[in-house]
Design a binder for this molecule. Structure first.
Ligand code: GLY
Length: 381
């Protein structure tokens, strides 16, 4: 078990616990007398996690998380439930689920009775390495994603890869993109360790399923179980990096923007996919977006030649790594099609967007560019 703190100045304001077992959650909940949990309906009822919550007499509200219902109405519904059940200012509001569940429940806790304590048990890889760390809460509004919200830190986040073993492979891989993204911002040798791990998992999975005809779901679960310790260490390393960035720049005035690596492209991809009825997850869009950011960095002359493969460059190395990990790399839209969505990026300032560009693994820079400049650079032969 590892403990990581998020600081405001010298004061620890949020604690992240990483563990390869869910059992430690009980100790985390120990100080709280009155706990109200908002839980993703997809969490298996007979899981160890639910046993722990039942033993603590936690009151439970289930939600079915979706981007469409990530709204103020759902937040008000959570607040009504808290009121009806007598949650007072001493209550601990627990969110158990992926990013949509933690974002909305965190937001409800921030405004209920002008703010009560809250904690997270993220149950997707994506939320374990990104969404549940750093205190961004909020909802979608008027077609904009996460446009209403507050940055406030949860009292604790309990991160346990054991709960990921019931996650569908595609959802799991969505989080792999965010994990690799984190190590591209700060490496310490973890990028290669993660790329190797997911390559091994993919290879073993294909061997067992294609060659020996094993059941996909069972095989995936077994592989995650087999590699749980390595995965826990990588998730803890990513949480550590994000906690450091957030401690230095909680309100995203500078360094925290680096965590948006690939995201300006990704948000455009997600918007177009939604408009055209295509099924692309956030992590898949991030994977494609990071490759595009690496290409842009090369075209701007920002990225250094790759020492491993000087001829190919960073973008080609990332393409090979991401593909080997099972991530999609080819964006189905042209940069011209994406331009309009990128102009509407909510983080754009004075006509320019903060593009995060990788110089090398573990080293990214923030470059302010107009969308027009990006379109011209990406279209240049
Ligand atoms: N997901 C990026 C951040 O938390 O800043």
């Amino acid at each position: 078990m590892e403990h990581i703190n998020i600081y405001s100045g010298k004061k620890a304001i949020s604690r992240i616990v990483t563990s390869d077992s869910i059992k430690g959650l009980g100790a985390c909940l120990e100080p709280f007398r009155s706990i109200f949990a908002v839980i993703d309906k997809n969490i298996p009822v007979n899981s160890q996690l639910m046993e722990i919550l039942k033993a603590k007499n936690v009151r439970i509200k289930y939600i079915v998380p979706s981007e469409e219902d990530k709204t103020l109405e759902t937040v008000m519904d959570i607040c009504s439930w808290l009121l009806e059940n007598g949650a007072d200012r001493d209550a601990m509001i627990l969110a158990v689920g992926g990013g949509i569940t933690t974002d909305m429940t965190g937001f409800a806790a921030c405004i209920y009775k002008r703010g009560v304590r809250f904690g997270y048990v993220p149950t997707t890889l994506l939320s374990q390495v990104d969404a549940a760390i750093g205190g961004k809460t909020g909802v979608n509004f008027e077609k904009y994603k996460n446009i209403l919200g507050i940055i406030r830190q949860p009292a604790f986040t309990y991160i346990c890869p054991q709960v990921l073993e019931s996650l569908p492979k595609r959802d799991f891989l969505s989080g792999v993109a965010e994990l690799l993204k984190t190590f591209m911002i700060e490496d310490n040798g973890n990028y290669q360790k993660a790329a190797d791990l997911f390559f091994d998992i993919q290879s073993e999975f294909h061997l067992e399923v294609m060659m020996y005809g094993k059941d996909e779901k069972t095989q995936w679960r077994e592989l995650l179980k087999k590699h749980r310790k390595t995965l826990t260490a990588l998730i803890a390393a990513a949480a550590n990096i994000k906690a450091g960035v957030v401690s230095r720049d909680q309100f995203e005035k500078g360094e925290r923007r680096k965590l948006n690596l690939g995201h300006t492209f990704a948000h455009a991809i997600e918007t177009l996919a939604q408009q055209r009825g295509m099924d692309i997850t956030h992590g898949e869009a991030v994977s494609m977006g990071i490759i595009m950011a690496a290409e842009l960095a090369e075209r701007l002359g920002v990225s250094q030649p790759e020492t491993i493969n000087v001829v190919a460059g960073l973008a080609k190395r990332l393409e090979a790594d991401f593909r080997a990990c099972g991530l999609p790399i080819d964006c189905p839209f042209s940069i011209d099609e994406m331009a309009d969505c990128m102009k509407k990026d909510k983080k754009a300032e004075g006509g320019k967007v903060h593009f995060i560009l990788p110089q090398a693994i573990g080293d990214v820079v923030i470059v302010d560019l107009t969308v027009q400049q990006v379109v011209e650079l990406m279209n240049a032969i």
